[in-house]
Design a binder for this molecule. Structure first.
Ligand code: 3Y8
Ligand code: NAP
Length: 249
């Protein structure tokens, strides 16, 4: 009996949950619990960490999970590493559903940096109006560059105000639209956008808006992901589920 655990938190994870629900397959979608009101799903969902690799192995065995689909965000590198390790230890089927990295096109003014610290270092120099579209978890790193005027976007209102002296905060959850991000960037006279190379469609709008407005982008490249079976397509995951279920594994 196929029993799927989807590690979620992305547009693709939600699309997969819809596809498996439509086929009447047994699945649970898992959130870390980073946001106050995560999107409801058409399959049962759970919220909270597992307690490292050991905790995840225990969960997989206790819940008799047969297929682990890691559909987390490309920057959720710890979760992805744990998922690959735990699936191997528990001896269950495992696949990663990711999205291709964004690539600069005509008119894009991108500078690639390898990680968050490099993005912070790249902000040395004169004050600028910077859109920090990285969410809440990495904002404190930018305290080393207090001279800029930051526009930040969080999913939830923070309990305590961010420590950056000159900042404005927008509370909004994606997926975002080109019209919305054009208006936001014009309103705040954004001069530079800092983004993670998340890929996918939900966070793309700010890049299309930056291109239209001729604004430079500091693009943070993805952390390395485990060497595991990977696909970019929900349909491929469904085929993988059907195929391995037929093989009775
Ligand atoms: C809790 C689940 C869906 C999934 C929607 C996608 C698209 C909209 C765009 C910007 C960039 C950012 C951030 C972003 C996007 C989708 C997707 C995506 C980026 C929710 C969600 C959870 C999270 C966690 C949250 C992080 C933050 C990152 C905001 C739900 C809405 C910046 C990533 O406040 C916090 O602590 C937020 C933390 C991790 C990164 C960070 O470092 O702050 N996502 N985002 C998941 C969990 O608990 O397991 O609440 O419904 C999901 C989505 N956010 O089904 O509709 O697929 O990527 N999420 C980035 O890409 O840079 C916003 O503002 O332009
Ligand atoms: P992370 O740093 O890779 O993971 C840190 C710990 O959070 C994990 O070890 C695990 O705790 C717990 N965790 C992460 N994802 C989980 C999930 N889906 N279900 C249950 N526990 C989870 O992860 P992150 O970058 O904080 O991302 C957390 C969530 O936000 C993920 O669902 C991810 O898809 C979503 N998200 C993240 C980003 C981003 O920019 N990082 C963007 C959009 C969405 P234990 O060790 O206790 O098991």
């Amino acid at each position: 009996m196929t029993n799927i655990l989807i590690l979620g938190g992305t547009t693709e994870a939600s699309a997969l949950a819809t596809a498996v629900a439509q086929r009447g397959m047994r699945a649970v979608l898992s959130y870390a619990g980073r946001t106050e009101h995560p999107r409801a799903q058409p399959v049962p969902w759970r919220i909270g960490g597992f307690g490292g690799v050991e905790g995840l192995v225990h969960h997989l065995r206790q819940e008799r999970v047969t297929h682990l689909v890691d559909a987390t965000h490309p920057f959720a590198a710890t979760m992805s590493r744990h998922a690959a390790q735990a699936a191997r230890i528990a001896g269950i089927n495992h696949i990663m559903l990711t999205r291709p990295p964004w690539e600069a096109g005509p008119g894009d003014r991108w500078t690639h940096v390898p990680d968050i610290p490099a993005a912070v270092a790249a902000l040395d120099g004169e004050p600028r109006r910077v859109m920090l579209a990285l969410g809440r978890m990495h904002v404190d790193a930018f305290a080393d560059q207090p001279q800029h005027d930051y526009l930040m976007r969080f999913v939830d209102a923070p309990d305590i105000a961010p420590s950056l002296p000159n900042h404005r905060l927008v509370v909004d959850r994606g997926p975002f639209t080109l019209a919305g991000d054009l208006a936001l960037m014009r309103q705040h006279r954004v001069e530079l956008v800092i983004a993670k190379n998340a890929g996918g469609t939900g966070a793309r709008a700010k890049l299309d808006a930056a291109r239209a407005l001729g604004i430079a982008v500091l693009m943070i490249d993805r952390p390395p992901l485990p060497d595991a079976q990977t696909t970019h397509s929900v349909t491929d995951v469904i085929d993988w589920l059907d195929h391995s279920a037929q093989r009775g594994v």
